[in-house]
Design a protein around this ligand. Structure first.
Ligand code: HGY
Ligand code: MN
Ligand code: MN
Length: 411
């Protein structure tokens, strides 16, 4: 059986058409208009493939290709369709279209797998609405409860519950959908690497062995708001300058004082009252800390908070931290890695075993089943921006490897 490269690229381009943005990149937040249109289009194709489509109370989609023996647990294959703001057209979508292609080819060949194969689309993987990544998969495995969702809100204070209910979803019913160990045979996710390793190593496919963990924190620096012109420098408790010093320390800690694999990013910042002629009263920013080793993440947090204490005393500002979300690093299942290695080696000898610096829903699903991931190269290592690009021949190769891996697991 072979995947159809032209159909794969047509579907990737079709998803790019579902976009709430008109300035170059893709913005398709879960529960938004473009997301709703993309989901409707995807579910239509699933119905045409005679798959049984279900949407759970937080918006995860599952489309089942019935297996012969219903007593066997299914194999899941999929990814996410939501995006960051002004992102690229391949993040998540390559895995979704890859999974669609697997089920399409199976249907075209009248496959009768022993186990059912389910396409799965996770809602709110990017966390673009609420700042917490992987909300769909975290609720699916019971890591987030309906009650936890009550505390999630958008920048303009719309609550997660409000947004889900507006989309016709009822997260209170999620407990009937939570998956536990033994419910699923395995899960596979094809994804763009979003880094530069495959390109540097001149490899076309990656077999993922570990996925980084992450801690996302919100930092609030409180000082004294005052007149920008009449307040002499020696009389200021300026939270913006204090934040600037701390942000520089954050970069230095991650770059030089933990592990080579440690990364930390200040990706969003705001201040109040946010006026050119007013010394701010308060500055708030986020830190996204990641590593393959959990103790490196904890060490980074500890060093950042001790720098903050020093700055707080020297500059007479108050600095407080709030953890917005976290996920531990995971090692992927050796059993599934072997399946993936067999699949990729049948497609090409240009492959390597590697880590993922990005987080993925597969990392959440690893707590209830064995997971495997296949990477395809990101040109220039670019992702989460409109220049994100992967060569169609690499995408088709990744889809072919995914087809072979799924076939091995479900027959
Ligand atoms: O942030 C990430 O690693 C993923 O793209 N959500
Ligand atoms: Mn992704
Ligand atoms: Mn992403």
């Amino acid at each position: 059986m072979n995947v159809n490269r032209e159909r794969i690229m047509q579907r990737i381009d079709a998803f790019a058409g579902f976009n709430d943005n008109d300035d170059g990149g893709i913005s398709r937040f879960s529960y938004g208009r473009a997301d709703a249109d993309a989901r409707a289009w995807l579910m239509q194709i699933c119905r045409e493939l005679k798959l049984q489509v279900t949407v759970d109370p937080v918006g995860n989609i599952r489309a089942c290709y019935e297996g012969v023996d219903s007593s066997l647990m299914p194999v899941l294959v999929g990814s996410h369709i939501d995006s960051v703001r002004n992102g690229g057209k391949y993040d998540g979508i390559v895995g979704v279209v890859g999974a669609m292609e697997v089920l399409t080819v199976m249907r075209e060949n009248n496959c009768l797998p022993r186990r059912s194969v389910e396409l799965i689309i996770f809602a709110e993987e990017e966390g673009s609405n609420f700042g917490t990544t992987m909300v769909g998969s975290k609720t699916l495995i019971g890591k987030l409860s309906a009650d936890d969702l009550r505390h999630l809100h958008t920048e303009d204070k719309r609550t997660c519950l409000e947004i889900l209910e507006k989309s016709g979803l009822d997260p209170g019913k999620m407990k009937d959908f939570v998956l536990k160990p033994g419910d699923i045979e395995a899960m596979l996710e094809l994804h763009i690497e979003q880094g530069i390793v495959l390109e540097q190593e001149k490899k076309r496919l990656g077999v993922v062995q570990a996925i980084a963990g992450m801690t996302t924190m919100e930092v609030t620096v409180c000082g004294t708001s005052n007149h920008a012109g009449a307040t002499p420098m020696y009389l200021r408790n300026d939270p913006m300058s204090a934040a600037a010093v701390l942000i520089e320390d954050i970069e230095d800690i991650a770059a030089n004082h933990v592990l080579e694999s440690t990364v930390a990013t200040v990706g969003s910042i705001s201040c109040r009252p946010n006026m050119p002629n007013v010394i701010p009263g308060e500055v708030t920013f986020t830190i996204d800390i990641r590593d393959i080793e959990q103790d490196a993440i904890e060490k980074t947090v500890a060093q950042i908070t001790s720098c903050a204490e020093k700055i707080s005393q020297e500059r007479k500002v108050m600095i407080r931290f709030r953890t917005i979300g976290s996920s531990k690093p995971i090692r992927l299942s050796p059993r599934i890695m072997d399946t993936v290695k067999r699949a990729v080696s049948s497609c090409s000898d240009s492959w390597m075993v590697m880590n993922s610096g990005a987080v993925h829903d597969a990392a959440m699903m690893a707590s209830i089943t064995d997971v495997g991931m296949i990477f395809v190269p990101s040109v220039g290592g670019k992702s989460h921006n409109p220049e994100e690009y992967t060569d169609p021949s690499d995408i088709a190769l990744g889809c072919q490897a995914l087809l072979l891996a799924v076939t091995e697991l479900c027959v």
